[in-house]
Ligand binder design. Structure first.
Ligand code: GLA
Length: 382
């Protein structure tokens, strides 16, 4: 966790509101494999990381509520009986959405003040949004003794994103952020919302993230389009979701689906299988197989599911040229953000230098390299 973040929000809160806040840290996540499978009731393999959002939060008796995003230097004031999504469509909708969804469950939240600060770069595909949502619901649950379970809380966070932000996301991000376990990744079944944790120790290898530092516009509508394409194909297949379909089932309806959607559904079915294979590879310490699966996942995301972009494809191509990288792929929703690379520890610095230079030369802008620790989920900080 980033203790500096927590100190910052605490200090600012005391200065501004003259009260001692409750402190919450809520992490972002990586995802080893299983991309765009979560809203198809499939499998994913994420982990919470040591980067995230710190929140200082306390009841208010001023008759209204205030939320401050310290790193954006942005403040909103709102009244709890008049909540609606803000037109600006920024960070505030994650906060307002969570409060509204708590109210929708007939739970009573009183006025509060909150200050947030994070160290996940926006648009990195590391779920700063889920971290923010979870910090709000976790803090309010504690302050107002709402009696919500962690399962309730992640469903509230997800609904906030659907109804206030307008992204029909799956449950992976909120789950990983809330339930993360230090040094472990979570093999999550998104249908049952139950996971099994696996200790991650890649020995001479490690995970390295490279951020393209781009987030292409329209990514929200493109995301929702992918989700509805999957739902249309499941309907044709007469299954609840693509999790229940096989490649053979899909082949049987070839003529009935436009080729672009056929490829998308095929990707999901294949990615779901890859995720199961990746879990086995980790069980068997078989990093070569894991690496190969990562590359296949990227191919599918780029060519079949069409959620990659030039910058991400370039970074994966650089990885493929380097024999010390066992696998790489884009991570998260896509259209920008990070690639995840499985690389020999002693070669990480050299590869990072090489790729940074090549990226700069090609796109005339910098990429950023991060190493993350797998961490515990959303929690109170004493
Ligand atoms: C975003 C969504 C998740 C998931 C990923 C893609 O991060 O919030 O629910 O669908 O994209 O795997």
């Amino acid at each position: 966790m980033s203790i500096e973040l927590v100190k910052d929000v605490k200090k600012t809160f005391i200065e501004k509101f003259k009260a001692n806040p409750l402190l919450v840290f809520s992490p972002g996540r990586i995802n080893i494999i299983g991309e765009h499978t979560d809203y198809n009731d499939g499998f994913v393999f994420p982990a919470a990381v040591d980067k995230g959002i710190a929140a200082a939060i306390q009841k208010s008796d001023s008759g209204s509520s205030t939320a401050i995003a310290l790193d954006l230097d942005s403040t909103i004031e709102f009244e709890l009986d008049k909540l609606k999504p803000s037109k600006g469509g920024g960070w505030e909708n994650y906060v307002l959405g969570v409060v509204a969804e708590i109210q929708n469950r007939n739970k009573v939240v009183g006025d509060f003040n909150a200050i947030f600060k994070g160290n996940i770069p926006g648009g990195a595909g590391m779920s700063s949004s889920a971290a923010l949502e979870n910090s709000v619901v976790f803090g309010l649950n504690e302050l107002f003794e709402l009696g919500l379970s962690k399962e309730d809380m992640i469903l509230i966070s997800q609904k906030a994103e659907h109804n206030y932000v307008g992204v029909n996301c799956g449950i992976m991000d909120q789950y990983a952020s809330m339930f993360g376990i230090k040094n472990h990744a979570l093999h999550l079944d998104c249908r049952t919302i139950k996971s099994k944790s696996y200790k991650i120790d890649f020995k001479d290898y490690q995970l390295m993230l490279i951020n393209t530092n781009v987030k292409h516009s329209l990514s929200n509508s493109a995301y929702n389009d992918r989700r509805s394409a999957c739902e249309q194909v499941s309907e044709l297949l007469k299954v609840k979701s693509l999790r229940d379909a096989t490649e053979v089932d899909l082949e049987a309806i070839t003529g009935k689906v436009i080729p672009a959607n056929y490829q998308k559904a095929l990707y999901v079915i294949q990615e779901n299988n890859r995720t199961l294979k990746a879990v086995n590879a980790i069980k068997n310490d078989d990093l070569d197989t894991l690496g190969a699966l990562l590359y296949q996942s990227h191919e599918g995301l780029s060519n079949q599911y069409k959620v990659s972009c030039e910058e991400l494809d370039f970074l994966v191509k650089q990885a493929k040229k380097n024999k010390h990288v066992l696998g790489a792929r884009m991570m998260g929703g896509g259209f920008g953000g990070c690639t995840l690379n499985l690389i020999a520890k002693k070669e990480a610095k050299a590869f990072s230098d090489l790729v940074s230079e090549a990226y700069k030369k090609k796109f005339n802008k910098a990429c950023s390299v991060y190493f993350v620790r797998l961490s515990d989920g959303t929690r109170i900080v004493k």
